[in-house]
Ligand binder design. Structure first.
Ligand code: DGL
Length: 273
């Protein structure tokens, strides 16, 4: 039977933290998750490489029948989304859509801060792209944004090396660094879909009243709104409540580690890109 699941993409496991919230809010849809674990992390890769890998992934989702693909990865959203939307989609699949996670997050992040000082924690790629600075400025021009590239964090999470003294040090180091950049920060945005796995550790090193914001629920709500506003896309998304998982890496490793991101057991299939 032909289905058109909602495609959810990440460089590895991180997008599962977003998928979990989408499924909780919008359980009626079919979802197809793909993690490019074999080539993760993307965070320190060049603009061209992230674009090339992400476009390959998007084409694969389209071949699988997806009408709508969500890049549940800030790095891919920062470095590849605009080119894909503007350059590739019009010729490749004008009736299909690819959306990212940066804009929906920027649209609401100002609502969480009282001091109007926000810290953005992301990969080097996301931070260097300046995407959050530009997007938050559009919606909340008064909000002062500081950024910190937490370079080692994705690898730590992908390899499940989170419960070591080195991991504590790496988390503390970047939290201290961003709070030194701006002491008035009252809201820290986890602008990488891998970082929610570190939230308890991050809390240990931040002042008690700090808002620590993960993107999962924000992106899920934004998807709900998008589907309400775009019935021409919504009616093409199949509704059977089925979940499928693919990885470019080892399915054994994926199934073991994915459960901690997704909160439930996962059985994945392999694909090569
Ligand atoms: N989850 C990806 C993000 O949100 C991680 C990127 C990476 O692979 O470095 O940016």
């Amino acid at each position: 039977m032909h289905t058109s699941p909602i495609g959810v993409f990440d460089s590895g496991y991180g997008g599962l933290t977003v998928l979990k919230e989408m499924e909780a809010l919008l359980p009626q849809y079919d979802y197809l998750y793909m993690g490019d674990n074999a080539r993760a992390p993307y965070g320190s890769r060049s603009f061209d490489t992230v674009y090339e890998y992400t476009l390959e992934a998007v084409k694969w989702f389209f071949e699988k029948g997806c009408t709508l693909v969500i890049l549940a990865c800030n790095t891919a959203s920062a470095k590849a989304l605009r080119s894909i939307q503007q350059k590739d989609l019009p010729t490749l699949a004008p009736q299909k859509r690819v959306l990212g996670v940066i804009r929906p997050t920027a649209e609401v992040i100002g609502d969480f801060t009282k001091s109007e000082h926000v810290g953005v924690l992301g990969t080097l790629g996301t931070v260097n792209s300046q995407s959050y600075l530009l997007e938050i400025e559009k919606f909340f021009p008064n909000v002062v944004v500081s950024q910190e590239a937490c370079t080692e964090w994705v690898d730590m999470v992908e390899k499940n090396n989170m419960h070591t003294p080195e991991a504590n040090m790496a988390v503390k180091q970047h939290i201290d660094a961003i709070l030194q950049k701006d002491e008035a920060i009252d809201t820290l945005l986890l602008a990488c879909t891998h970082y929610p796995l570190l939230i308890e550790k991050i809390r240990q090193f931040t002042p008690e009243n700090m808002n620590i914001i993960s993107q999962g629920e924000i992106v899920a709500k934004s998807l709900q709104t998008y589907l309400q506003l775009h019935p021409e896309i919504e009616e093409r998304c199949s509704k059977g409540g089925h979940m499928q998982f693919y990885t470019t890496g080892s399915t054994e490793d994926f199934d073991i580690h994915a459960a901690s991101f997704y909160g439930k057991p996962v059985i994945s299939k392999h694909l090569s890109l």
